[in-house]
Design a protein around this ligand. Sequence first.
Ligand code: KDG
Ligand code: MG
Length: 412
Amino acid sequence: MIIERAEVIVTSPDRNFVTLKLTTDDGLTGLGDATLNGRELAVVSYLRDHVVPLLLGRDAARIEDTWQFLYRSAYWRRGPVTMAAIAAVDVALWDIKAKAAGMPLYQLLGGACRSGLLAYGHASGKELPELFDSVREHQEQGFRAIRIQSGVPGLDNIYGIASNARFEANAGVRYDHEPAQRGALPTEEDWDTRSYLRHLPTVFEAVRNEFGPQLPLLHDAHHRLTPIQAARLGRSLEPYDLFWLEDCTPAENQEALRLVRRHTVTPLAIGEVFNTVWDYQQIIREQLIDYVRSAVTHTGGITHLRRVLDFAAQYQIKSGMHGPTDISPVGMAAALHLGLAIHNFGIQEYMPHGAKTNAVFRQTFTWDNGLLHPGEQPGIGVDLDLDEAGKYPYAQAYLPFNRLADGTVHDW
Ligand code: KDG
Ligand code: MG
């Protein structure tokens, strides 16, 4: 199993995706997701210019050795570009190994620990009636856990709210909550923490009154609060029994979570922007979080994320893998195999991809009664249709950014 070909495929069916395809001398292929939203071409160059030449001629069976080689031989460690590139290689190699074994990947990872993965969907609305409709639509689609994002009075355009204007900006594609906008410049959104902190508990009170106490509800604060603001939010949401409050503070300041924890028992989830186990050292050891948000795609692949989750398991911290639209079907498939095999699975984020994306990436996962399953095809269970992919060239797109009323740039 010698790696004979390594191709980096960029396609933009509903949004940009970067995929690594490895082919061995005995004809096996493996896919890995290397999509880094808004910075896609940096990973393309990292792979094409610096990694592909190192892969040709290597033994595809040596996954751990290849991981260590790519990580340590670069000298420059960690970071989203490096770790997305390594993740793509790692997942493609696991895909090949599982195909060689004739097994779905989860079997190689130890076999299933459950019959399916509980997944949460994204409900949103600028006002309550729209939000309630969105929750109902998700329940009809089978979701048994739902993230709630709401508009805030006085703010026009904020994270997490599906709006028609956005769909028009993306050439009419209805792609719920896709935050990256095609165009030459990032769009500007607005933010006001005081209004948000006042408004959000009233939204959760209304949602609980409408949908009852049982439905697991989640919320993403998307890195916008100071530690004391986050503590106040967690405390004010306690009566509504959240499954988690996500990214309540910018994640790089790990100590901030100590202060938040002192004031609230609302469960906390963090880590979608983290990319190594070292980013989690303090918050896992001190039990400052309840869920690890890292995706296979951004955290060095199956090999490294499993390490993070095994570390987390010792502290009863569970997985809550990132699964927005910018994780490609290849990245999602990898997440489903890992989630099925680990004991400390918590929940999986699931934003269904659009029809064009599903035509490019043919998948075998199933969605049944609120549970995801990766399917039984050998490997990760995704095939990439190169003809379809070729129809959609890369289109420049950026994530938005925030400004406060006085013009100050704020965390997005
Ligand atoms: O690329 C950034 C998005 O994936 C992110 O904004 C989505 O926060 C997010 C989430 O929880 O899905
Ligand atoms: Mg998030």
